[in-house]
Every structure is written in structure tokens, then in C-alpha cells.
Ligand binder design. Structure first.
Ligand SMILES: [Zn+2]
Ligand SMILES: [Zn+2]
Length: 259
């Protein structure tokens, strides 16, 4: 495995994409997990490989209830015993967990652990409610946005001041149009409640750069309709010679890519 140190925040992208999503984040003295779409054993092994222990996780957060984000909720939460935070609709989509469930509200900042401020905001996507997050501890602030059909001013506003930002770069539009997915599914992915394309992600990064963010990790890259290389290239083309630190989550079994 691999872990990234981005602006004093450590990130392990244990899984990212339609096969399963799970991120490990170390911010200040806390270890967090975002989403539980990767099996417990795999998560445990990935952390051990990077010298981390699954027992050190302090809190778990869910972005939404799609299967690729919650399918391992029971084994992970039942083995870590820490609280699970999510909005109501995502919480409904997970059953049988022993951990305490804490409902978070959209557009509210909550100090979930001493010194750790978490804010959840709404993303346009085809689940009842899909959430982006910011996590803030002292001078560190991470932004997290995946499963987002269309970027909007409100999301940009929420992400201002975050560095690093983990952001979806789901598909290359040409690859999607010429790829194996049926037309209906292609339409769903390209709709404003689907997923963010490489170009839309690049435009967003350009905007966030103007507000001071310099560290970006591209995530939720489609296995069938994109490659980490293409996603990185789209951002690099948009940013020209601007200095940023840019990484892409790898496909399973591959190494992390840096541009
Ligand atoms: Zn989704
Ligand atoms: Zn997803």
C-alpha cells in the first residue's frame, strides 16, 4: 500500500471507485474512516501494510448509502466499535451495526471529537442525500467530494480554505460514450445527479487553486470509463504551468500516481 502526506494530513485511499470506497485519514491526533465499501479484512490489511492499526480509528463517516460506499458497514463498524456518523438517509441504508449511530445535519459544523470540526454539505447525486465533508483540526483542513453530478457555487464555497482536497474525477466523456455501458447508464453518469467528469473536475481544481488550495487527490476514477493517467492529464492541461501537488487514486493493486 501507500500513504500520502498532503499538507500535514495523511491519506490512505484503501479503495476508490465503483468497486468499493473507503478512505483512511489521519488529521492531528485522530484517525478517521470515510465510507465502508471495502471488506473488513482488506481494510485491516491495507492499514497494516502502511504501519497503521484498524483499532486506532476514532470515527467513521458515510457520504451516502450507495452499495459501493456501505457494503462492508457491519463487519467494519462491529470490529472497530467507534461511532458512525452520517445523514439520516445514509444511516437508514446500513443495517445491523453494533456501533453507536450519530446523525449529522447538512450545513452544520459539529465538533465530533475534541478539536475536530466536521461539516457536512449536500452534493447533487442520485441517492436520497449525498454528502461532501470538511474535516478541520487546528491549522489543518481537508475537503472531501465524490459522487457529485455537477459542481456548484455552494460546494466551492464549502471547500474554500481546504488543503488538501479529495475530489471525484470519474470519467473521460469520450471513453464513457464509446465504452461498454448501456446508453441509459451513460446518461445517468453524465447527468447532473451522476458523476463528475475529468473536465469538470479540472475546472473545479482551477477554481479552488485561485482560492489557495495546492494539494489535490483525484478519486472515484471509473475502471471502465477512465484511467488515472487521463484524469491527471485533464487537470494538468487545465492548470498549465501552475504549481500544484496532484495525485490520483490507483486502480486495485496498482501504485499511486503522481503527475
Ligand atoms: Zn453514489
Ligand atoms: Zn460511488
Amino acid at each position: 500500500m501507500y500513504y500520502l502526506d498532503m499538507n500535514k494530513i495523511s491519506i490512505i485511499p484503501i479503495g476508490s471507485g465503483s468497486t468499493g470506497n473507503c478512505f483512511f485519514i489521519e488529521i492531528g491526533k485522530y484517525s478517521l474512516l470515510i465510507d465502508m465499501g471495502i471488506g473488513y479484512r482488506k481494510v485491516k490489511e491495507a492499514l497494516e501494510f502502511s504501519g497503521k492499526d484498524i483499532c486506532q480509528i476514532n470515527a467513521i463517516f458515510l457520504t451516502h448509502g450507495h452499495y459501493d460506499h456501505v457494503k462492508a458497514a457491519s463487519p467494519i463498524s462491529n470490529n472497530t466499535f467507534c461511532k458512525v456518523y452520517a445523514d439520516q438517509s445514509s444511516m437508514y441504508s446500513i443495517c445491523k451495526i453494533k456501533s453507536e449511530r450519530i446523525i449529522l445535519n447538512i450545513d452544520e459544523t459539529v465538533e465530533v471529537l475534541p478539536g475536530l470540526k466536521v461539516r457536512m454539505f449536500s452534493l447533487p447525486h442520485d441517492f436520497v442525500r449525498t454528502c461532501g465533508y470538511t474535516f478541520e483540526y487546528e491549522d489543518r483542513k481537508l475537503g472531501f467530494v465524490t459522487d457529485c453530478g455537477k459542481m456548484n457555487k455552494n460546494i466551492i464555497e464549502e471547500l474554500k480554505g481546504c488543503d488538501p482536497i479529495i475530489i471525484e474525477s470519474n470519467h473521460d466523456v469520450e471513453m464513457l460514450k464509446n465504452g461498454p455501458y448501456p446508453k441509459e447508464l451513460q446518461k445517468r453518469i453524465m447527468s447532473k445527479y451522476g458523476h463528475l467528469s475529468n473536465e469538470e473536475c479540472a475546472d473545479t481544481i482551477y477554481e479552488l487553486y485561485k482560492h489557495g488550495t495546492r494539494n489535490f487527490l483525484l478519486a472515484h476514477i471509473s475502471l471502465k470509463n477512465n484511467t488515472p493517467d487521463l484524469a491527471l492529464k485533464a487537470v494538468k492541461d487545465r492548470m498549465k504551468d501552475k504549481e500544484i501537488s496532484l495525485y490520483a487514486c490507483p486502480f486495485e493493486g496498482k501504485d499511486l500516481l503522481k503527475y
